[in-house]
Design a protein around this ligand. Structure first.
Ligand SMILES: [Mn+2]
Length: 322
């Protein structure tokens, strides 16, 4: 079940329900499908109510309006138009996955998210998912093809490598652990780590022992562009690549709209350079954005940064060499 966007679509792209897109079959041209996945897994100890107002996917749609209809104009962040000259590509907005959102329906909600992503993949589209909390990445990745190795770029203040919290294994503290368990997942680079979160020393040890590459935010600021290029080089060009962006991985000056702000995160250019480099190296399988809180984003700066980073991932993947 899909919900049609209540406001404008992402970049003004045509609305096409995921199942309808899948039924029409794959096209020869690259496709990108924007999808809202308002998934929130509550442990029960969260302080305060979930963010209210516009859904995260709708807030990004609204912010993207100024970027829509000009995709053939020169985008200086991509050094050319979003869709490069001589390349044909299609963008769709597939609406939001309709979820029950209750603890009893959690398994059904997880399955519905994966099924929607699978529909997009059937249609030959790369999903660009704006989700709720950071429980979404395994839900999305389970819907992607697994016939080739998958490398993962994870931008986040937090490690997200808990095996479980409060008995729940599918919550926002565990997505990278769940991804690590998938046999086709290879390199995982976790960037922007800082501050204190759900990780204890055990989880940090476990992530390193599993081969994850952990990069603290401070290292990004100190290492600059050289470090970012070294990180991108860790991604195998023969693999698919998936990007998961926890908005709190960005610095609050770039992205204030999150429930877990932490000083010292990635600035826009650091995230942009890394996402561009990674999306033009491996074969981009998809991207998600999580932990965006529109109620904490009064001027829409976070929604605009999210819009731009999704555009850069798509634009960079259209420029992939070879
Ligand atoms: Mn996270």
């Amino acid at each position: 079940m899909m919900r049609k966007p209540a406001h404008q679509t992402f970049l003004g792209a045509p609305f096409r329900a995921a199942a309808d897109l899948a039924a029409a079959g794959a096209a020869d041209t690259p496709r990108f499908a924007y999808l809202g996945l308002p998934l929130y897994v509550r442990y029960g100890h969260e302080s305060g109510a979930p963010d209210t107002g516009l859904s995260t996917a709708d807030a990004v749609r609204v912010a993207s309006a100024a970027q829509g209809g000009i995709e053939h104009h020169y985008d200086f962040d991509l050094d050319g138009p979003l869709i490069p000259a001589g390349v044909s590509a299609e963008f769709f907005d597939c609406g939001d996955v309709a979820l029950a959102g209750t603890p009893e329906a959690l398994a059904a909600d997880l399955a519905a998210g994966t099924a929607a992503v699978r529909d997009l993949v059937t249609a030959g589209a790369v999903p660009l998912v704006v989700a709720g909390d950071h429980s979404a990445p395994p839900v999305v990745v389970r819907g992607l093809p697994d016939d080739r190795p998958l490398d993962i770029l994870h931008i986040d203040a937090h490690l997200d490598f808990r095996d479980e919290v409060a008995g729940l294994r599918d919550g926002y503290s565990s997505p990278i652990r769940r991804l690590r368990e998938l046999p086709h997942v290879r390199t995982i680079v976790q960037v922007g780590l800082r501050d204190v979160g759900s990780a204890r020393e055990d989880e940090v040890r476990a992530a390193r022992a599993a081969g994850n590459i952990l990069i603290r935010a401070e290292e990004v600021h100190e290492g600059g562009v050289v470090l970012l290029h070294d990180l991108a080089a860790r991604f195998d060009p023969a693999h698919r690549v998936y990007i998961t962006l926890d908005v709190d991985g960005l610095d609050p000056s770039t992205a204030p709209g999150t429930l877990w702000p932490a000083p010292g995160g990635l600035w826009y250019w650091q995230a942009a350079a890394l996402i561009r480099a990674v999306a033009s190296r491996g074969d981009l399988a998809g991207m998600d954005v999580c932990e965006f809180a529109p109620g904490h984003d009064p001027h829409g700066h976070t929604a605009l940064a999210v819009t731009r980073l999704l555009m850069l991932a798509a634009g960079a993947s259209l420029r992939r060499a070879g």
